[in-house]
Design a protein around this ligand. Structure first.
Ligand SMILES: Cc1cc2nc3c(=O)[nH]c(=O)nc-3n(C[C@H](O)[C@H](O)[C@H](O)COP(=O)(O)OP(=O)(O)OC[C@H]3O[C@@H](n4cnc5c(N)ncnc54)[C@H](O)[C@@H]3O)c2cc1C
Length: 481
């Protein structure tokens, strides 16, 4: 039930609203830093938008249980951190363009601070909200909390972002103009009296079922800034893994082959600039080598795709991608085949292992993502948009620009300067999982298959199959291609 605005004692006072979006942290948060200045009251709010949990045309929710669970954990953590500073997190389940003007009216706020987000739907929400706020004589001020580089500091207008990553990288890497971090406030202005903070719902209330944690997962990801900063500290300092990042980053098993920062980066529990300065500090104190540079290189990929998504806007979601080309021969109707890909039942062990990891944990390595995406579009010839939608639902680190621009890239409608790049799944499997350890980790039914046959189980003759405890077509599928 909505609160009664007429009886609210705070109407006399002016308050500011801080609308949290994908900036769910206290450290290095420009919107928070600006909003808490010179105000008696501050109302930090997060809107859980029901549109995010609706079913897609492919039958799965836009945001699945893993990402939603991670988000709810993040909100609990944020609330706790805000409370420790004398504030709170107001949570509403509803559309931001309805909830925020209502709250603005209630507390007589004329300024709402928030973050810019990338993506058509996100922009539509902002447009609708701005219009409603304007009618209430309130205004929205937006910051870019997820960027390494400020738009104004780029050596080109963002609409002229180069169409190849290499050109972009070369133009910015020599003298990276990275801003200092915004300091975290020691205390925060109180919440206006009379505002009910509201409960953070459980998954069930959002129409989702919680998934049991799978102990085979690379990491027991915990949402929130506290866990994010702990992972940053662990990866960089306490386990000293950064020095070998370049050599390990194509791994598939365990917590340590790559940083695993992406889920926290995606919802903003971790600032990308904080990572950058941590790398620079590590370089000064421990070692500056190819690995430390390579992590910055990967963060530049993320930055690049954010610019490309802003430059091409809605085109990143279209079949012809940012190239705007005519794409033929990609099916949108082979539902059974698509489901086999989704469920990890293609009969190609390297693909199935990756897809089962995604299905059971909400995460997959970068190497895995490239292979399964290529397999869907180039081997199964299925519309890449379906794959991107499934990733959006399933990945705990789903991020509009990283997901859709990477899919554009792999599907050949994006920024890949090479025409017709093709991943040979068998040679990728042999190169990155030579002994089949990863495959056996996710496909225990193949545990007795000898290493030299693990990636080609489809070729194992019927008389040999029982010797290895498999029966193709019964306890493991025959290859789909
Ligand atoms: C088809 C496809 C879809 C993808 N969807 C997403 C997504 O929704 N969200 C997401 O964060 N990443 C996505 N990626 C990129 C990449 O796979 C993940 O960022 C990475 O696997 C996350 O693990 P990590 O944090 O351990 O990465 P690390 O190897 O430790 O890299 C550090 C950081 O660099 C950035 N990064 C690395 N590679 C890329 C890349 N190719 N594109 C953009 N940023 C990169 C990420 O922020 C990452 O956290 C996708 C890649 C592909 C091929």
């Amino acid at each position: 039930m909505k609160e009664n605005i007429n009886t609210n004692p705070t109407n006399k006072h002016q308050a500011k609203i801080l609308w949290f979006r994908n900036n769910l942290r206290l450290h290095d948060n420009e919107a928070l830093f600006k909003a808490q200045k010179l105000t008696e009251y501050l109302l930090p709010v997060y809107c859980i938008d029901p549109r995010q949990f609706e079913a897609t045309k492919l039958g799965f929710p836009k945001m699945g249980s893993f990402r939603a669970g991670f988000l709810l954990e993040t909100l609990h953590d944020l609330r706790k951190n805000l409370r420790s500073k004398g504030s709170d997190l107001v949570v509403r389940v509803g559309k931001p363009e309805e909830e925020i003007p209502f709250l603005a009216d209630q507390v007589k706020a004329t300024l709402v601070y928030s973050s810019h987000e990338i993506g058509t739907e996100e922009l539509e929400v902002v447009e609708a909200l701005e219009l409603k706020l304007w009618r209430h004589q309130a205004f929205l001020e937006l910051c870019w909390p997820g960027n390494l580089l400020e738009t104004e500091e780029l050596p080109f207008p963002f609409k002229a972002t180069p169409n190849t990553f290499t050109e972009f990288r070369k133009s910015v890497e020599k003298d990276l103009p990275i801003n200092e971090l915004y300091p975290e406030p020691d205390t925060l202005p109180a919440l206006p009296a009379g505002v009910v903070p509201g409960e953070i719902p459980c998954l069930k209330k959002l129409g989702l079922t919680s998934e049991d944690a799978d102990d085979r997962a690379v990491l027991a990801f915990q949402g929130g800034e506290v866990a994010a900063l702990a992972r940053l500290h662990q990866y960089t300092w306490s386990q000293n893994l950064l020095k070998d990042y370049k050599e390990t980053r194509n791994g598939l098993l365990g917590a340590d082959y790559s940083t695993k920062f992406s889920p926290w980066l995606a919802n903003g529990a971790l600032s990308v600039r904080k990572i950058y300065y941590e790398i620079r500090s590590y370089e000064a104190q421990v070692v500056k080598n190819k690995s430390t540079w390579h992590l910055i290189f990967e963060l530049l990929w993320r930055e690049y795709f954010r610019l490309i998504a802003r430059k091409y806007q809605n085109n990143i979601f279209l079949k012809g991608g940012i190239k705007g080309i005519e794409v033929s021969g990609l099916s949108s109707t082979r539902k059974k085949t698509f489901r086999r890909w989704m469920n990890g039942e293609t009969g190609i062990p390297f693909i199935d292992a990756n897809m089962r990891e995604l299905k059971q944990t909400g995460f997959m390595s970068n190497r895995g993502r490239q292979n399964v995406a290529s397999f869907l579009t180039k081997d199964l010839k299925i519309n890449w948009i379906h794959g991107a939608m499934y990733f959006e639902s399933q990945l705990i680190d789903y991020d509009v620009s990283s997901n859709w621009c990477n899919w554009n890239y792999v599907a050949g409608v994006g920024n890949d300067p090479r025409e017709d790049r093709y991943f040979n799944i068998l040679s990728q499997a042999k190169r990155y999982d030579g002994k089949g350890k990863y495959v056996k980790h996710w496909l225990p039914e193949l545990k007795n298959v000898p290493d030299n046959k693990i990636h080609e189980v489809g070729k194992i003759k019927p008389q040999e199959q029982s010797q290895y405890g498999i029966s193709l077509g019964a306890n493991y599928p025959k290859p789909i291609v």
